[in-house]
Design a binder for this molecule. Structure first.
Ligand code: HEM
Length: 333
C-alpha cells in the first residue's frame, strides 16, 4: 500500500504541476483515475485467504520457463494485451461463445498470443489450494512478473484483488491494441489514453528484449523502412521472403532473446530494431534520450520497467463485487 500511496502522491503532484501550467489535459485526468483504481488493489489481498498463491505461481512458472524460456515472454505479452483492453480483467482469456466473440481472434492476437494453457494449469493448482478465491486476472499478473524475473529481469510487488470480467470484446481489442505500423505519435497517444507516459511506453517496450515476432509483422520494416541497418535487413530477409513464410519467427532481440536485459535498446541505437514500432522509439524523436539512458543503465531500465508494469497492471481493475472469480479462466461462471 505504501508504494500505491507514494504513486498517488506523485500523480497528484503531476496534476498540480499541470494545473499550475494551465494544462489540465485528459491525460492527467486519466492517470488520476488509474491511480484511484490502483488504490483499491493490495499486495496482501490473499494473505489470509490463499497464503500459498505466490508460491504456487512461482514454482509453476519456474518449471514452465525452464522448459521453454520463450513462455516467460509470451505470458508477459498476454498480460499487456489483457490490461490494454478494458483493464486487467482476464477478458483476453475468455473463449468465444455462440453469443460473444472475444479477444483471442483480434487482429494482433490471432495465431500470435500464447500461454493460455499455462494459465489454465496454474489456475487448476490454485483452485485446488484455494477454491473460488483467486481471479484469473491476478494469476496472470503474477505469472507475468515471475516470467520477467526468471529471464533475468526485475521483480516487483504485485498489487492484487482484481476480479474477472464476464465478457470480452473483439471490437475493443481491435481498437485498443497498438498495431505494429503505429508511429511514435500514435503509440504515445495510445499509452497516454491509458494513463501511461512516454517514459512508461519506452520502458514497457523493453519487454521486446525477450520473445519473438512473425515475419508478417517485421516484413514491412525490414523491406520498406529507411531507418534500418542494411546488414540487419539483409539477414532478416533470408528467413522472411517478400511474400510467403508469414509465420517464420525471428527474435525481437537477436543479441540475447531469452535474457531480460538492455540489449534491445542497444539494438535500437544500431538501427537493428525488429519491428517498425520498436525503431520508432529511436528515430530522432522524443524517446531517443530514454533509449540512450536505458541502453547503458540497466538499473534505470529495471526500475522504470517495474514501476510501469505496476501502473499498467492497475488500470481499471474490477474490484469489490464487480465481475467474478472465474472457476475456469476460459469461461464466465
Ligand atoms: C507499444 C506497442 C507494441 C507493439 C506495436 C507491439 C507489437 C508486438 C508484435 C507485433 C509482436 C510479435 C507478435 C507476432 O509476430 O506474433 C510482439 C511480441 C511481444 N510483445 Fe509487443 N508490442 C508492443 C508493446 C509491448 C508491451 C508494452 C509489452 C509488455 C509489457 C510487450 C511484450 C511483448 C512480448 C514479450 C513479445 C514476445 C511474445 C512471444 O514471444 O510470445 N509488447 N509485440
Amino acid at each position: 500500500m505504501m508504494g500505491t500511496r507514494r504513486q498517488c502522491y506523485r500523480s497528484s503532484l503531476c496534476v498540480m504541476a499541470s494545473l499550475s501550467n494551465g494544462l489540465l489535459s485528459t491525460v492527467v485526468v486519466l492517470s488520476l483515475m488509474a491511480c484511484m483504481a490502483q488504490a483499491q488493489l493490495s499486495p496482501s489481498f490473499y494473505v489470509t485467504t490463499c497464503p500459498n498463491l505466490q508460491a504456487i505461481v512461482a514454482s509453476s512458472m519456474a518449471q514452465v520457463v525452464r522448459q521453454e524460456p520463450r513462455m516467460g515472454a509470451s505470458l508477459l505479452r498476454l498480460f499487456f494485451h489483457d490490461c490494454f483492453v478494458n483493464g486487467c480483467d482476464a477478458s483476453v482469456l475468455l473463449d468465444d461463445t455462440p453469443s460473444m466473440i472475444g479477444e483471442k481472434n483480434a487482429v494482433t492476437n490471432a495465431d500470435s498470443l500464447r500461454g493460455y494453457e499455462v494459465i489454465d494449469a496454474i489456475k487448476s493448482l490454485v483452485e485446488a489450494a484455494c477454491p473460488s478465491t483467486v481471479s484469473c486476472a491476478d494469476i496472470l499478473a503474477l505469472a507475468a512478473r515471475d516470467g520477467v524475473a526468471l529471464l533475468g529481469g526485475p521483480s516487483w510487488t504485485v498489487p492484487l484483488g482484481r476480479r474477472d470480467a464476464r465478457t470480452a470484446s473483439i471490437a475493443a481489442a481491435n481498437a485498443d491494441l497498438p498495431p505494429v505500423s503505429d508511429g511514435l505519435a500514435n503509440l504515445t497517444a495510445r499509452f497516454a489514453a491509458k494513463g501511461l507516459s512516454l517514459r512508461d511506453l519506452t520502458a514497457l517496450c523493453g519487454a521486446h528484449t525477450v520473445g519473438a515476432a512473425r515475419c508478417a509483422n517485421f516484413r514491412p520494416h525490414v523491406y520498406n523502412d529507411a531507418n534500418v541497418d542494411p546488414g540487419f535487413a539483409t539477414l532478416r530477409k533470408t528467413t522472411c521472403p517478400a511474400a510467403g513464410g508469414d509465420a517464420t519467427l525471428a527474435a525481437l532481440d537477436a543479441t540475447s532473446p531469452t535474457r531480460f536485459d538492455v540489449s534491445y535498446y542497444r539494438d535500437l541505437m544500431a538501427r537493428r530494431g525488429l519491428l517498425h514500432s520498436d525503431q520508432e522509439l529511436f528515430n530522432g524523436g522524443p524517446a531517443d534520450e530514454l533509449v540512450r539512458l536505458y541502453s547503458t543503465n540497466g538499473e534505470a531500465f529495471n526500475r522504470d520497467f517495474a514501476a510501469a508494469m505496476v501502473r499498467m497492471g492497475s488500470m481499471s481493475p474490477l474490484t469489490g463485487s464487480a465481475g467474478e472469480i472465474r472457476l475456469n479462466c476460459r469461461r464466465a461462471n
